[in-house]
Design a protein around this ligand. Structure first.
Ligand code: ASP
Length: 443
């Protein structure tokens, strides 16, 4: 393919009503490179509004409990009717909704029901833009066990999209070998966009949302944080894993494997450049070593002590085996000379705490097993920190100077990728402190 191809995914708020559809048309038609468009289902138009996917899931819950679902279905009808009237396009909405109603009445299926928001939105968008509609049930392939078959999806999507000049693809779902509809996790339209971008080897994957890029910190904690102009895939994975949510992490993974740049853009402010996510950051970017800070509350620390933990007898491996057997994930594990520290999500630990400690005592005969709850974890990331940067030390000094207790530290050997455990009640203070301080740290 010689000409540049951009895959553009528009999220729920970008397709929330007819006015948003118009903005999308202006954006798409302003560049012939935007050939493949992925859409979510209409999201919230205002605080307190309901997402179409939530309405659909309510229909399913009621239908499967044998309760009437007409109220929710009517709300869905009204949402789409308003969009169609606002855009003055002909569309067989009643026919489509009848098919949904029949499926809900005869044999309610959760994934099929949930997928209809994207299906209808993509069909309407295709009609509005004059593009071909592509149903992902034909080309996003799931196995019988509900897992995505990435290889087959790649080949099938490529074969479906390459012959087309322009297309609109519904996000969020695909189908298994029987043709039964399967959905991704919530927020999964990002994944569809990324799969499409990978399948056609797009030059760019644009992800259009309602913010002008990724913030350097959570705007719920820091007032009006800056948006980050450039970020690496790795930095983004760290920040989103630790709580920053703009893009589904699986979407980042596949785009990063193919090195397809991702540009987060704002449908309501299309002139803003947004955040560009790349493998390698351009020269001279950024100006200071900390790209962003994010974190999560609700962590517990398990401390196991035994003289000679690290004598090569496989104590740590045994400990990790115990967690593996219980399918209990941990955030990280630090091994010291005579101790192991595990950070585990409290909600996961709580359900098996007693038995786990019992097993540790019986299997490992430790000198001491301790538990500390009420911890939060903070990720400070910056891929461009130079080898000589002491940003990590400065951040820790600053926190201590503010009287914030540092419970754990995890600093890998890579670039700046520091995980700090602080008490939950100082979480917000710690994020604000690091955010404000970051610009005064030299490279
Ligand atoms: N509509 C789905 C959801 O609300 C998927 C998506 O928007 O990406 O989660």
């Amino acid at each position: 393919m010689n000409k540049r191809t951009v895959v553009a995914k528009f999220g729920g708020t970008s397709v929330a009503d007819a006015a948003q559809f118009r903005k999308i048309r202006d954006i798409v038609l302003s560049s012939p490179e935007r050939r493949f468009i992925i859409v979510s289902a209409p999201g919230k138009r205002f605080p307190g509004d309901r997402k179409v996917t939530d309405l659909l899931l309510d229909c399913y819950a009621k239908a499967s409990a044998g309760e009437p679902f007409t109220d929710d279905l009517d709300q869905i009808r009204t949402r789409f009717r308003e969009i169609l009237d606002g855009l003055t396009i002909e569309f067989p909405l009643e026919e489509e909704l009848r098919a949904l109603e029949q499926s809900l009445t005869n044999k309610p299926d959760k994934d099929y029901t949930a997928s209809r928001g994207e299906y209808l939105t993509a069909k309407i968008m295709a009609e509005y833009l004059g593009f071909t509609f592509v149903d992902p049930a034909w080309c996003v392939c799931f196995d019988e066990d509900g897992q995505l078959n990435a290889g087959m999806t790649n080949r099938t999507m490529r074969a479906s999209l390459l012959p087309l000049e322009h297309a609109v693809i519904a996000g969020f779902y695909g189908a298994d070998p029987d043709g039964t509809v399967r959905t991704f996790e919530r927020g999964g339209s990002d994944i569809t966009g990324s799969l499409a971008a990978c399948a056609i080897h797009a030059d760019l994957y644009e992800n259009w949302t309602d913010v002008s890029g990724l913030y350097a910190a959570d705007p719920g904690i820091v007032k009006e944080p800056e948006t980050v102009p450039y970020m690496s895939y790795r930095e983004l994975r760290t920040l989103s894993y630790m709580g920053a949510s703009v893009l589904h992490s699986d979407a980042v993974l596949s785009a990063s494997e193919m090195e397809i740049p991702i540009n987060i853009r704002n449908t309501n402010k299309p002139a803003d450049p947004g955040t560009m996510i790349l493998r390698h950051l351009p020269r001279g970017v950024p100006k200071n070593p900390v790209t962003g800070v994010s974190g999560r509350k609700g962590m517990s620390v398990v401390q196991i002590e035994k003289v000679m933990v690290s004598d090569g007898s496989g104590f740590s491996a045994l400990m990790l085996d115990i967690l593996k057997e219980r399918a209990l994930p941990f955030e990280y594990c630090l091994t010291g000379i005579d101790s192991i520290t595990l950070i585990i999500r409290r909600d996961l630990l709580d359900s098996c705490k007693e038995e786990l400690f019992e097993e540790i005592r019986e299997t490992l005969h430790p000198d001491f097993v301790g538990l500390r709850e009420g911890l939060s974890l903070i990720a400070v990331t910056g891929e461009k920190a130079t080898e000589s940067s002491d940003a990590n030390v400065r951040v820790l000094e600053k926190l201590t100077g503010e009287g914030i207790e540092i419970v754990t530290i995890n600093q890998g050997a890579g670039k700046l990728n520091l995980l700090i455990g602080v008490p939950e009640d100082r979480f917000e203070d710690a994020i604000r402190t690091i955010y404000a301080f970051r610009q005064s740290i030299p490279m």
